[in-house]
Design a protein around this ligand. Structure first.
Ligand code: CTP
Length: 413
């Protein structure tokens, strides 16, 4: 497909290089038209090299090709990223001062704007009116992501991640003109990794969770338009960009963070491997081996079941709208008393969460691996849904199921 990628003059222009790569690697022919201001952030040479096509924003270059008419006419899709306040205003008022705005006036196919600007500029009545105008004319305008902005402040105004813009663009071309990212406007809290329960300042009881699945879920939720909060216990992988990270170590710290985060979350996903027990005593000093004393015995006490507490809090009206979706994970091996699914169904019942993602665990399965195979059980009783593949693919399936539950299934609890 022929795509015109219009780049506005904002710092987020650098992220659009990745978007361009996604388009070209998917086999599309991309003509990049940066505004004059955009070339102050990322130079023309970068766009030419990455797109493999000449780049200009002047209506006076290659005049014999009548680019100001041809490019918009021929494009199957026009994507504007970052759509700055200035560019949105120019598009809304039909200005035609350069090649990009001419192209917008000539576009026959779908047009997608991916805004990025400071929160106050985005929320300004003038910008909102321009967005309204563009939408009323059939253009798709994504909501900007929420998070850290150029300076030290944060709020709505971040450019949505390149993968988000890519998915939205393809959905638009497939005729889903009312396409909304499935988790747009939603806040999703995800716990990931394994808790560590200290014995003394240097030792702990831990588990083999790598955090890969939780991080993949955070990426998928972010790409689906959600504001994501990652409650990160010990992880072997770095947290992804564009999500808020709350580091925790023990089950008790995770409990505190989860209950606090749940207050304003539409979805809570407990994918962390939480230690069921912790040492009853934690020594302030390193426990020394002494030849003259008996071998030490570690006494364990139970940790609270965070998932269960979250469900109870939600069910007692702790969540403002009583519509929170709670997702648990179950790592099961099955044994002589029951198979994996039988244990999982009992766990779903016991924990009372809405969805339970069931992993079959074996010596070489799940922990630390890049692939996974899960079954998603729903308390609503719908058929178990299977998902397999890389943890990225499995996460996409889980997030799309969550989106479906939020958008199409009646309120819970
Ligand atoms: N979980 C939790 N708090 C705990 C233990 C587990 O919130 N103290 C959550 C996990 O994050 C996961 C789910 O509960 O979403 C299932 O955890 P799992 O350890 O598989 O189940 P358990 O309830 O511990 O049951 P069992 O040990 O009998 O398998």
């Amino acid at each position: 497909m022929r795509i015109v990628l219009g780049v506005g003059g904002g710092i987020a222009a650098y992220k659009v290089a990745s978007l361009l790569r996604l388009f070209t690697e998917a086999g599309h022919h991309v003509t990049v038209i940066p505004t004059e201001a955009a070339t102050r952030f990322v130079g023309t040479a970068t766009w030419e090299a990455l797109s493999g096509n000449p780049v200009s924003n002047s209506v006076f270059d290659d005049v014999h090709q009548v680019n100001h008419v041809r490019l918009g006419h021929e494009a199957d899709l026009v994507v504007i990223a970052p759509a700055t306040a200035d560019l949105l205003a120019k598009a809304a008022t039909g200005q035609a001062g350069d090649l990009l705005t001419n192209t917008l006036l000539m576009a026959h196919g779908p047009v997608l704007f991916a805004p990025a600007m400071h929160t106050e500029m985005w929320q300004h009545a003038a910008t909102q009116a321009n967005v309204e105008t563009l939408r009323s004319r059939g253009a798709a305008v994504l909501e900007p992501a929420t998070g850290r902005l150029t300076g030290s402040d944060s709020g709505p105004g971040r450019l949505p991640e390149p993968e988000v813009i890519f998915d939205a663009a393809l959905a638009l071309v497939q005729g889903q003109s009312d396409y909304q990212l499935p988790l747009a406007g939603r806040t999703v809290t995800i716990s990931a990794g394994g808790t560590r329960e200290p014995l003394d300042p240097v030792r702990f009881l831990g588990n083999r969770s790598s955090g890969k699945q939780g991080v993949a879920l955070a990426v998928a939720a972010r790409n689906a338009g959600a504001t994501v909060r990652l409650l990160a216990a010990h992880m072997e992988v770095p947290p992804p960009a564009g999500v808020e990270v709350v580091p925790v170590e023990t089950a008790l710290q995770l409990r505190e963070a989860a209950l606090a985060a749940a207050a304003d979350s539409d979805v809570v996903i407990m994918s962390a491997a939480v230690a069921d027990f912790r040492p009853s005593e934690v020594s302030d000093t390193k426990i020394k081996k002494r030849d003259d004393s008996a071998d030490p015995v570690i006494t364990l006490v139970r940790n609270p079941d965070i998932l269960h507490e979250l469900v109870e809090l939600r069910n007692s009206g702790g969540h403002a709208e009583g519509q929170q979706l709670i997702v648990g994970f179950a790592a099961e091996t099955g044994d002589s008393h029951g198979d994996v699914l039988a244990y999982a169904e009992a766990k779903l019942e016991r924990k009372g969460c809405d969805l339970l993602v069931v992993n079959h665990v074996g010596a070489d399965k799940v922990f630390g691996q890049d692939t996974n195979s899960v079954v998603i059980l729903a308390r609503s009783g719908s058929e178990p849904q299977e998902a397999a593949g890389t943890k990225t693919e499995v996460s996409a399936a889980i997030i799309s199921r969550i989106g479906f539950e939020l958008n199409h299934v009646s309120p819970r609890a």
